[in-house]
Design a protein around this ligand. Structure first.
Ligand code: NDP
Length: 404
């Protein structure tokens, strides 16, 4: 029975709040705080209506450490779940250090003026979290998050050595809008417009943005054009999983999405450096975010499924083998359950499960950890219980053998 403080009331915050309320034997008291209290109150009303559970709400500027410390001291949570934006990771970690409260997030820290997608800033907190005797769980959404747990699970039960990893992420859903992003548009567009990168033979190989692409076959969905991107979990996985010869990340995009993105990029709307507009500084990408549909509002007519998984190849008992573990999630089912869409759901459910793992003592240890460093088994069990069931294929003929 523990108190939890959730920071961030967007699409993912909505799912985390619902799922914590549905597990009230673990999360006995829930507070949801964000920049605008009204968004927290709206979510609290929906949670109450769907689950009967009352949650408290608060206003906080998560860029401001003293404000965060004051809120944490007032709420006295056992863990803070950070589902605000990656810009707030370090301030929230600082506040957790000051108040000695466990920390969990779903995306690595990003400086506002640089798209980096790397863990260096957060890994630098290792000694301070150790000294404070508290746990920080980094990147506990789906990707990063479940993809790391899937890989650790494969390492534990299927392989002696994992040599090749392809994380394959498909959203085959249709929300009926000409252009919208499925999570925070600013972070999403920063991720896609940066150079691609993958790990091969002990070094990073860089590509131009969306330069490499191929059709990949997704279960229940069929073939979809998939683009090689750099994704942050590759950095921790190649460090934490030994013997890795190649690690890549693939994501699907429709032609309409790519067309809009290309135009927006060509006209300068995806820039993250400030420009002067009518005497005021504005960042074009932040302005673009303001005019795009809110990801949390996409759920209503969203149809189709997401499919995210890990395709692995390596050695077991001296023999080569392949293994594929994945989850498919249905947008319309998610809307019925929590009023959101599958991308927010596949992020928010694992965040809740990660917090549950820490509170139940299944995941423990003072310091800063990526999810693949913990025991994957209890987390994999909870995925099945909490709405993200996974499937396995043993020795599949991986459709993209030629990647190897
Ligand atoms: P949204 O933009 O929908 O929500 C972010 C929320 O954080 C908003 O409520 C926003 O407030 C609030 N917020 C922003 N700045 C502050 C601040 N300074 N102080 C307090 N609150 C603040 O994003 P999503 O819900 O789509 O994403 C949440 C996180 O999840 C992001 O970090 C994203 O990168 C991550 N993510 C991870 C995935 C994974 O699989 N690992 C996949 C998808 C997302 P306001 O409403 O006022 O703007």
């Amino acid at each position: 029975m523990s108190k939890v403080l959730i920071i961030g009331a967007g699409g993912v915050g909505n799912v985390v709040a619902h799922k914590c309320a549905m597990n009230s034997e673990v999360f006995s008291e829930i507070t949801l705080a964000s920049r605008r209290k009204i968004k927290c109150d709206e979510i609290a009303a929906e949670v109450k209506q769907r689950t009967g559970v009352e949650i408290s709400t608060a206003q906080v500027d998560a860029d401001n450490v003293p404000e965060l410390v004051e809120l944490i001291n007032k709420v006295k949570p056992a863990i803070v779940i950070n589902v605000a934006l990656p810009y707030q990771d370090l301030t929230i970690m600082d506040a957790c250090l000051e108040t000695k409260v466990h920390y969990l997030d779903t995306a690595n820290y990003e400086p506002i003026d640089e798209a980096k997608f790397e863990y260096s800033w957060q890994w630098a907190y290792q000694e301070r979290f150790k000294e404070a005797g508290i746990t920080a769980v980094l990147g506990c959404g789906f990707d990063p998050g479940v993809t790391g747990v899937f890989t650790a699970f494969a390492q534990k039960h299927q392989f002696d050595e994992i040599h090749f990893l392809d994380i394959v992420d498909c959203n085959a859903g249709d929300h009926g809008k000409a252009f919208a992003t499925n999570f925070n548009p600013e972070i999403n567009i920063r991720e896609i417009t940066q150079n691609g990168k993958f790990w091969e033979k002990g070094a990073w190989v860089e590509t131009k943005p969306l330069e490499i692409h191929k059709p990949i076959e997704y279960p229940n969905i069929g073939p979809r054009e998939s683009y090689l991107l750099y994704h942050e979990e590759l950095e921790s996985l190649v460090k934490n999983i030994p013997h890795m010869k190649r690690a890549r990340f693939w994501m699907t995009f429709g032609q309409e999405y790519i067309k809009h993105l290309e135009v927006l990029q060509n006209v300068g709307m995806t820039r993250i450096d400030p420009i002067i507009y009518e005497g005021k500084e504005i960042v074009p990408l932040q302005f673009l975010k303001a005019v795009l549909p809110e990801p949390s509002e996409l759920g209503e007519n969203y149809e189709g499924q997401t499919s995210i998984g890990c395709q692995l190849k390596g050695l077991k008992d001296g023999k080569e083998k392949t293994y594929y573990v994945y989850n498919n999630c249905d947008h319309a089912e998610v809307y019925k359950e929590v009023g959101g869409q599958a991308v927010a759901y596949t992020t928010g459910v694992p965040a809740m499960i990660g917090a549950m793992m820490v509170l139940k003592g299944e995941w423990s240890g003072a310091g800063v950890y990526n999810v693949e460093e913990f025991n994957p088994d209890p987390f994999m069990h909870q995925l099945n219980v909490q709405g993200l069931p996974w499937k396995e294929e043993f020795n599949p003929i991986l459709p993209h053998e030629d990647y190897y």
